[in-house]
Write a protein of this length. Sequence first.
Length: 285
Amino acid sequence: MSARIIDGKAVAEALRGRLAERVSALGFRPGLRVVRVGEDPASGVYVRNKDRAALKAGLDSATIQLPEATGEAELLDLVAKLNADPAVDGILVQLPLPRQIEAVKVLAAIDPAKDVDGFHAMNAGMLATGQRGLVPCTPKGVMHLLAAARIPVAGARAVVLGRSNIVGKPMAALLLAADATVTVVHSRTRDLAHECRRAEILVAAVGRAEMVKGDWIAEGATVIDVGINRLPDGRLVGDVDFAAASQHAAAITPVPGGVGPMTIACLLENTVEAAVARRGVREAG
Ligand SMILES: Nc1nc(=O)c2c([nH]1)NC[C@@H]1CN(c3ccc(C(=O)N[C@@H](CCC(=O)O)C(=O)O)cc3)C=[N+]21
């Protein structure tokens, strides 16, 4: 059997189209500012793709590029300025940050109402306690993909591989809120393969190229691959051995063209949501 491929690029395009319509009805351009310190290669493609998508959706979007040697106080000053700017609805500080800057301090300084990454402890707490807040883009994008592919989540056995604050933990919280039975597994889990084989929905988010093997996948499972890993030969692969997993899964996301484009679409969605909430806009429909 060969799995159905869940086309994240197409689902993201559809979501961006709906957002463009929503933005044009607002009568103002939601403002997004992305702050990038230094030149971490992982965030290069992301920044370029995001800028293009944001402008196309009608957002007022700009990237603020700071030098690698920027100090923590300087970055905190910029965040304070963006917090105070009424035209700015969303603030995203690209991670990872250079060594001299403590990321948790910077994330804590962002106004939670403008925290379109959903990384502030306030938004993480809102998600954990089932309250409305800004939800991290990648896990939010995964939930959109599951819905678009008509994968039943309620009651399903879901396994999340990875426990990061930016993907694994919020992913588990969202699946739980959608009534899945959620297991989080990680590098210290005994018999990872066995745990993964129990999954009806497997979300792989460890950042290790093709770590999930074909025989880790139950027959008929849905496989969501969050990993984006660059191999020495330049090829881009996920955390899952795609060809082998496709022989067992019923549905699977590719890399590239799976979760990545959804992360960007959800960043735009969060910016629109932040703008609507902050400015007290009442939308029709
Ligand atoms: N504060 C913060 N928030 C982030 O969300 C964040 C970050 N920092 N730092 C860097 C990572 C990386 N990231 C990506 C998102 C989408 C693609 C993406 O769209 N990838 C495409 C194309 C990839 C390619 O062609 O190279 C795909 O998977 O199909 C990639 C990478 C968000 N990140």
